[in-house]
Design a protein around this ligand. Structure first.
Ligand SMILES: [Zn+2]
Length: 262
């Protein structure tokens, strides 16, 4: 398995990161993409991916819509430099979040467009975040789609119509432990079989979104990449496949999407 989205630079992992990575490897996670959500966070993700010999770690470099308001001055030049770092395999996390609106929407849109243009210039795929902003997000993406080598909507939790809109833009879809929640995940379970093999990837979004189908969840509720099999199993069950089939397909798709060595 490949975990395409793990926030390993989170302070929640500071105390035991080496064992978190070792547990992931032991659980069958053969590569991990560490999510960058700010300039400082992306720098930390790139550092971590370069310094860690314990597992195949990669990183994204980007500014999350929550942090768009901080994208001022030379931020784009700084991001361009980070995107050129050795283990950086995608631009992002970028996109729109009109649920929280931690940054004004006008800043989110400016920051999103700038990162799509940078990704196109650098020929990097993008790692995308969208919440309660589907129409605006899709409209902006449509303008840029042909110049982007690839794009994944991470933590997809939308409707069938939204999924169809994303697939018609030839986007990849990342599924998290949201699908493990019997109540909240019900709609997602119904639409996941409609995602083609070559567009489907899995992720933990650790330390967030602890899978609800764990028989004995950790007391601190912290999610970690070693719990990716719970996501895998829920995705496989939704698709009526055995887990090995889903694992092989999502791993091959992730390697191709991010250009990871086999
Ligand atoms: Zn996100």
């Amino acid at each position: 398995m490949i975990d395409i989205g793990a926030n390993l630079t989170s302070k929640n992992f500071q105390r035991d990161l080496p064992s978190v990575i070792d547990r992931a490897t032991a659980a069958g996670v053969e590569a991990l993409v560490v999510t960058g959500t700010s300039l400082a966070g992306s720098r930390a993700a790139a550092d971590l991916a370069e310094q860690t010999a314990r597992a195949a770690l990669y990183a994204t470099a980007g500014v999350h819509p929550h942090h768009a308001v901080d994208a001022t001055g030379d931020w784009l030049a700084d991001l361009r430099a980070l995107a050129g770092r050795a283990r950086v395999v995608a631009l992002g996390e970028c996109g729109l979040d009109f649920n929280r609106n931690y940054s004004p929407q006008i800043d989110q849109i400016r920051c999103f467009r700038a990162q799509l243009e940078l990704a196109a210039a650098l020929r990097l795929p993008v790692f995308l975040h969208e919440r309660d902003a589907h129409d605006t997000f899709t409209g902006i993406l449509r303008e840029h789609r042909t110049s982007l080598p690839g794009a994944v909507v991470h933590c997809f939790t939308g409707t069938r119509a939204q999924l169809d809109a994303y697939l018609s833009l030839d986007l990849h879809i990342g599924i998290t432990g949201w699908i493990c929640d019997e109540r909240r995940g019900r709609d997602l379970i119904a639409v996941v079989p409609a995602i083609p093999d070559r567009r489907l990837m899995i992720e933990t979004d650790a330390p967030y979104l602890l899978p609800r189908n764990m028989p004995s969840p950790p007391r601190d509720r912290r999610n970690e990449p070693a719990f990716l099999p719970y996501v895998l199993n829920a995705v496989a069950a939704a698709r009526g496949e055995d887990a090995a089939t889903t694992a092989a397909a999502t791993t091959a798709t992730a390697r191709a999407f991010f250009g990871l060595p086999a």
